[in-house]
Each structure stands twice: as C-alpha cells, then as structure tokens.
Design a protein around this ligand. Structure first.
Ligand code: FAD
Length: 284
C-alpha cells in the first residue's frame, strides 16, 4: 500500500460499459480514480453471464492500464467447464483476484445449473486452483433479501467464508450499526476474514432509493425525506449526499473497518471528493 497515505485501503467497482463511448469514458475514470491508489478495481458480471465478454474486456483494459483488476463471477446457471474456461482466460492475463458470487438468474430461467450458491463457486475455485486466487465474497449487513431468517443468512455467509474466501465486500448500507453487528455476529460464528464495507455515494438519489427498496436496504427516514424534499435540486442532493456518506465512512473507519469499497457507477467526481474528505487520497 502507498506509504504516503493514511491506513485505510480503498477499492472501486465498475460495471462493464455498453457502448464504445462508455468504454472511452471509463478509461478516463480509471485514470482519475487510479490517482487514489486503490488496492484494486472490480468489474461486475451480468446475471447469468450476460456480460461475460464485456466484463473480460473491461478487466483486461484496467489491467493493461497498470492497475489490479478483479472480475466478479457468478456461478448460478453455469457449468464447471464454462467456469474453468473463464478462470483460465483470466489466469492467462495474470488476474488472480475474483469476486465470487451466486448471482441471480435472468427472469424466466428455470435451471440453476451445476452451482446453487456462491459457496459452491468458492469451493470449486479452491478445489481446482488451490490458493492461486484471492477470493472476495458478498456480505449483507441487512441480510440477503431472499433469506427469511437472519440467523440462517449469517450461517450461510460463515459457511461461504469457511469454504475458502479471503475477504468480503458488503452490499451497500447506510446504517453503521448494521455493519458492526454483522461483523461481530459472524466473528462469533468463526468467520474471521476482513469485511470491507461497500459504500454507495448518492450519485442519483432516485435510482439508489429504487435499488434499496429492491434489495431490502434501509435508507434512514431523515435522509430519505430530506432527499425527496430537494426534488430536482441536484446541487443540494449532491452536497447533502456527500455529508451523509462522509459521516457514515468516518464512523466505519473509526470503528475499525478494514477498507472502503466504493460503488462508483462508473463516475469519478463524487468518489474522489469522498476520498479527499476522508483523508483517503494520497497526499503527494
Ligand atoms: P449466496 O452467498 O449464495 O447467497 C444467496 C442466498 O442464498 C442468500 O439468501 C443465502 O442466505 C442463501 N444461501 C446460501 N447458501 C445456502 C444454502 N446452503 N442453503 C440455503 N440457502 C443458502 N450480482 C451480479 O449479478 N453480478 C455482480 O457482479 C454482482 N456483484 C456483487 C458484488 C457485491 C459486493 C454484492 C454484495 C453483490 C453483488 N451482486 C452481483 C448481487 C448478488 O449476485 C445477489 O445478491 C445474489 O442474489 C446473491 O449472490 P451471493 O453471492 O451473495 O449469494
């Protein structure tokens, strides 16, 4: 890690762009965020492998630009052969970090394939590739929306870690207590790996409120009402959003979070501003 920076590492998440214009824009964003000296950039993978080539191309472009890149890889709907092939393609490019996920099947797909849960993918990578990969998995401080019972969701997460994960990145959240509680409970159950909070800056309040409603994430009422009251006043939304997310990250860092993973939505400005406010940007 860069010696001239404070102690908390950052990482940044992108989705693979859909157009050549998006590709070009992302190149600039990678350079801008690269100046924050991240541990790595990760790139999402579309449901059921729908962005397989685009994820690969985006990861390759980031690696070529000289940064560590980590593809997300989901397993549901996949076969052992197809996953082996994807891993081999990444290995050939010296990619050795992976965000291992179950993923969600595109609606209308009936079969889960040879893998049902992310735990199966983690186990598969360890069985076939040993310790060659750094494996990140997903964590849900407010629980995964498809599991009715919190205790079971925690146990499934712990099983996933014990299958061979090195580290976890959380779903986004706005309540630091949920994160601290999750870390404490899962440690008690024997999952010791670092749990890096996934932070969603308020790039676009309406969209984030929509994601939050879909995924069972609590936006505190005082934040939601204030944001809604701004209507289309983008400057106020941005300023208030920055204050809220800065406060959240400060609490997480003060409470011992081992890093911060930003959901960038392929934009740099808000994330850079947050890094600066938090003292996470390199000084030189
Ligand atoms: P799992 O850990 O397998 O859990 C899924 C559900 O199954 C949970 O409810 C869990 O409690 C339950 N479960 C697990 N094991 C068992 C078991 N043995 N028996 C019964 N139930 C069990 N989605 C994408 O499509 N592409 C991406 O790139 C992507 N990136 C993500 C990155 C992060 C950091 C996060 C937090 C999420 C990401 N997602 C992505 C979303 C994710 O794919 C969905 O949330 C998906 O529904 C669950 O994936 P998972 O890996 O968390 O699944």
């Amino acid at each position: 890690m860069n010696a001239s920076r404070k102690t908390v590492p950052v990482s940044f998440e992108f989705f693979p762009p859909n157009t050549p214009v998006g590709d070009d824009k992302l190149k600039t964003v990678v350079q801008e965020l690269g100046a924050m000296k991240p541990e790595f950039f990760s790139v999402t993978y579309g449901a059921g492998g729908s962005t397989r080539e685009k994820t690969l191309n985006t990861v390759s472009a980031i690696a070529r630009a000289g940064f560590e890149a980590a593809p997300h890889l989901s397993c549901v709907g996949s076969t052992r052969d197809s996953l082996t092939e994807i891993l081999a393609t990444y290995r050939a490019q010296n990619i050795r970090r992976l965000v291992a996920l179950r993923g969600d099947l595109p609606s209308g797909t009936a079969t889960t394939g040879e893998f049902r849960y992310a735990t199966d993918l983690v186990r598969f990578v360890r069985e076939t590739q040993g310790r060659d990969w750094v494996i990140e998995v997903a964590a849900y401080p407010e629980y995964h929306p498809q599991e009715r019972y919190a205790r079971r969701d925690l146990q499934h997460y712990v099983d996933k870690v014990k299958a061979g994960a090195d580290s976890a990145i959380t779903q986004f959240f706005f309540n630091p207590d949920a994160y601290f509680h999750f870390v404490e409970e899962t440690r008690k159950l024997g999952a010791e790996v670092p749990v890096v909070p996934g932070i969603m800056p308020f790039h676009n309040y309406a969209k984030i409120a929509q994601f939050a409603a879909r995924d069972g994430i609590d936006i505190p009422r005082w934040v939601a009402l204030k944001m809604e009251g701004f209507m289309d006043d983008a400057a106020s939304i941005r300023a208030f959003g920055l204050d809220v997310v800065t406060g959240l990250c400060e609490k997480l860092i003060a409470g011992g979070a081992p890093g911060i993973h930003f959901y960038t939505m392929n934009q740099s400005a808000v994330t850079i501003e947050l890094c600066k406010r938090l003292g996470l940007a390199p000084k030189d």
